[in-house]
Every structure is written in structure tokens, then in C-alpha cells.
Write a protein that binds this ligand. Sequence first.
Ligand SMILES: O=C(CO)COP(=O)(O)O
Length: 298
Amino acid sequence: MFIMNTSLSNKTFLPVPSGIDLYVSQRKKNFNSRNRFCMSANNRHFFVGGNWKCNGNKRSILELVELVNGIHVERNTGVEVVCAPPFPYLDLVRSTLKKEFGVAAQNCWIAGSGAYTGEVSADMLLDVGVEWVILGHSERRHLPELHESDETIAQKTEKALESGLGVILCIGELLQERENGKTLDVCIRQLNAVAKVVTDWQKVVVAYEPVWAIGTGKVATPERAQEVHNAVRQWFRNNISTQVADKLRIIYGGSVNGQNCGRLAGQRDIDGFLVGGASLKPEFAEIVLSHRLSPKSV
Ligand SMILES: O=C(CO)COP(=O)(O)O
């Protein structure tokens, strides 16, 4: 884990996006008592995950690793970076990606090893050095061929945590659910299923990914995303504990890119991103560096 670095003076990051630099200095000027409160009350470590989904081949995966390795995130700075390649490349990525960056699988099985043809257990992931697993992604919940239920996701979460993996738990509503004002009902239903099996939230990152924003180019407005993140945190405060609510990282996913990451990162309850399409491109670097725009970093 890195320790939060609130200093912006040491800019040795490459490549340095000029737009972000301008924005950072503006925000630094605007630094006010509200930000000060955020910094002391919510000491959460910014988290940026790249979900590479079912993309790539050996050559392009190695190119991506090179790209991520080129992002100069100094030790002890305020961002944790995790890459999630498809299963066949996990070992390759773990052995070529810098050690300060984490590796996540995009799924795992509900049980240990055994007669489960085609499945991959959490223990196998740990065995090849994987630290995280993405569970509950909307593509696994909603693709008709997969259709994972809340209960299956809870079982997977329980097994992954018990084995020692960290879990990036995705929640989020469909467009129709959003239009019917059901966003929070859906998120809370999904959280409730998993909350029954989680005893230690320290190794869980919640990713709010509204389904209508995934791969569509329709990003949630920063204000809307903040509203949902805040409500989810409030749910944790009321139903789990204040301590968990204050420490839990709630990251946003859905059409995040180099242009919109700055304003999203500036919201006080957005603690990072889970990035799909843009994690396959050089702009992933800008998204990682946007941690400097977080109220906790400015
Ligand atoms: O599904 C996502 C991350 O898990 C988001 O995908 P996009 O960033 O491509 O919208």
C-alpha cells in the first residue's frame, strides 16, 4: 500500500497531461476548508483499475504492460493501480508488470479446486500472484449467457475473501431502473446480498458502474455520480459501521476517459475508477494521474 502524498511539487510523472496540470494548479488555488475536512476525515487511497475485459493477444497485452509500466507513479504517492487482463494472460502480466501495480482477475469460482470444468479458483489466482478479483460486473450479471445472480456473486465474494484475494465488487443499475428511480434500490439490493458474507471490508473496493454508462460514451455527470456514491457510503454508515463507511473506497466506472476523469476525481466520495475501453489506450495514464485532482490530494 502507498501512503497518501499531499504534495504536488514533485511532478515526475510521465506523460504529464497539460490540461490536468492546469486544473490541478487552479484547484490548489481554490483549496478551502471543505477540502481540508475531506483530507482529514476521508483518508482513502485513490484506486484506478483497468478492466481489459475479453481483449488482446500476447503481443498487445505486452504493449499494454509497457504502457502501464511507463506511468510514473512514485512509491508513497496517492494512487493504487490494478490491471485486470483476461485469464490466460494473468501470469504473463504479473511477471512483467511493475510490482507496485496490482493484478486482478475478472472472475473466479465459488469454491476451491475440484471437478468444476472450465472454472478458475481463487487459490489458483493467488498461486500465480494475482491480488484482486473483479466480481459482480454488469456484463456477468446481465449477459443472458451468464446471468449471475446476487447470490452467486455473494458466494464468489465469500470464497475470494476467505482465500485472501481483494474484491472489486461492481454494483449498478440498468437504464430502465434508473429511469424508474430505482438506482439506489438496485445498488442496495446488490450490496445487501454481499454484506451477508463479508466480515472484513478492508479488502473490498466497491465499484459503482451504472450499466447505461458502460461502453456507451454516456458518462454519469460528476454530480450524479457523487450523489450515488454518497448515498452508498451512507448505506454503509447506517448498515455496517461508520468506520467502514469512512474507509471504504467507492470507485466509479462507465465511460471514464482522459477528458472526464478530472471532474469525476474532484468529487469527495469518488475514490477512483474502474476503466474499460480507455484502459486499453495511452489515456489510461491521464486517468491514473487524475488522483491528483481528488480532494484528498489537493
Ligand atoms: O465496464 C467497465 C469497467 O469495468 C467500464 O467500461 P467502459 O469504461 O468501457 O465504459
